[in-house]
Design a protein around this ligand. Structure first.
Ligand code: HEM
Length: 433
């Protein structure tokens, strides 16, 4: 997929004196960027390269494409597609310059993959430029690729410490967490979502091939969103409709208030338009859950299992944000005090500022686990303008009745970068400038 034989850029140091790994990484990146970007400038466009340039221009793409260019990244307000991959990486870029090359390369690949089109024709005798998993012409398939950075990227390696988003921290274990280091943290998180699994696999293989040696996979979760059963919000593996109460993603005002980092705040200027992402790998104890009567399960969530309605209503969409509801139920006789929804959003003036996040979670099945048991769960994913909103909410949930049925095992906190605005822009440009 990448042309290692592309001519070296003359303004970069050559291989002499470099460790072999570093040299091959650099030439790898050079080749990729050259193939995707500089190739056009050098007038080496083949017919298929012209099509490539055309499909990526404007980042809009063909039918079924979700626009790539914008003030914000796609894959955040985008209604969740049925298939998702979350992959976290350690970055092995040799310095700030190679890190910049990496983000430029990622941008070029994602700009193409999300738009779709004809991959460039490889020179005779060279490996093909695309694996053809999606056929001769790459289809957009509602693909979104959302790139986020972890606190560790701001350590001493790249001199970015002073530019770290104000609230970005390495996720520490909450009270009931048993974090597996091999499933936790990461310098970069890439969230890949699409309508079909072949599209996310195609995207993953493409990104891995182009960034080999510089982006080293740390953990990965393959997941899905279930279809509505029978209608409304999809159900998670506990059989409950999950994702009903959400902020209004069509309201720019609400999104600016709740999701997007705003300019002229305590955050660094480059971060405006980005958002904090929490991704938590949470194993479900399905056997224990299925041993509970439904009435007990409903009291644990504070919602009806069949309809998804709050305990005091009949409809899934019944508003549960009416203050009188909990005011009239101070003892939790209808909606238990330690139920999931009541602790997530207690609907009190004291908790109003820490009760709304944008959830965009997926379900995973990695069964059997090493012991031959079930490993089903949730990659709980949410976006919020302040990471502290999530942390405060999660701390409240450490007291919930659901605790015995879930095991948080990994994930991390990240900052989803602002959007790539146009053909000249690239991921993290403001951060790296
Ligand atoms: C094991 C993982 C989890 C499961 C199975 C789960 C499931 C559910 C379900 C079934 C609902 C009710 C329906 C709905 O409004 O979506 C709900 C609501 C909610 N959950 Fe979770 N959830 C999980 C983890 C979390 C976490 C980690 C947070 C945040 C820290 C969270 C925050 C919320 C919020 C804010 C609501 C809406 C509350 C409201 O305003 O009514 N959930 N969740």
């Amino acid at each position: 997929m990448t042309d290692d034989r592309s001519p070296a850029r003359e303004d970069e140091p050559g291989g002499g004196g470099c460790p072999a790994g570093a040299f091959s990484r650099r030439s790898f990146l050079r080749g990729s960027v050259a193939a995707g970007l500089a190739g056009a400038a050098a007038g080496r466009l083949r017919e298929s390269d012209a099509a490539f340039a055309e499909t990526t221009a404007g980042g809009r793409g063909g039918a079924g494409a979700i626009a790539f260019h914008g003030v914000h990244q796609a894959g955040i307000l985008t209604p969740p597609q049925p298939v998702g991959t979350f992959i976290a990486f350690d970055v092995a870029a040799a310095g700030r310059r190679e890190l910049t090359d990496l983000f430029r390369l990622l941008t070029a690949r994602v700009r193409f993959l999300t738009a779709g089109g004809l991959p460039p024709t490889a020179p005779p005798g060279s490996p093909p430029s695309d694996n053809s998993i999606l056929g001769h012409v790459v289809v957009p398939d509602a693909l979104t690729v959302t790139v986020a950075v972890g606190a560790s990227l701001f350590d001493s390696r790249y001199g970015l410490g002073v530019r770290k988003p104000a609230q970005l921290v390495t996720m520490q274990p909450f009270q009931h967490d048993a974090l597996d280091p091999t499933l936790s943290q990461g310098d970069v998180l890439v969230q890949i979502c699409a309508n079909h699994r072949d599209t996310t696999v195609h995207t993953l293989l493409d990104l891995l091939a182009h960034t080999k040696g510089v982006l080293n996979p740390r953990w990965r979760m393959e997941c899905q969103r279930n279809p509505p059963r029978p209608v409304g919000t999809p159900r998670d593996w506990f059989g409950f409709k999950d994702g009903i109460t959400q902020p209004d993603t069509t309201s720019a005002g609400q999104m600016n208030q709740l999701v997007w980092v705003q300019p002229h705040t305590a955050e660094p200027a480059w971060a405006a338009g980005g958002t904090y992402q929490a991704a938590r790998i949470i194993h479900f104890d399905i056997d224990a859950w299925q041993a509970l009567p439904v009435a007990r399960q409903e009291r644990i969530f504070g919602r009806r299992k069949a309809s998804g309605a709050p305990m005091y209503a009949v409809s899934e969409t019944a508003p549960d944000t009416l203050d009188p509801i909990y005011t009239n139920d101070p003892q939790g006789l209808i909606t238990p005090l330690n139920s999931h929804i009541r602790l997530a959003n207690p609907q009190t003036p004291q908790t109003a500022a820490t009760s709304t996040i944008l959830r965009r979670s997926y379900d995973y099945d990695r069964s059997p686990d090493v012991a031959g048991g079930l490993d089903l769960g949730h990659i709980f994913c949410c976006f919020q303008r302040e990471l502290n909103t999530y942390i405060t909410m999660q701390n409240r949930l450490e007291g919930e009745a659901l605790v015995p049925f879930i095991n948080p095992r990994g994930g991390g906190f990240f900052f989803a970068l602002p959007g790539v605005r146009d053909d000249q822009d690239y991921y993290a440009r403001g951060l790296l400038a």
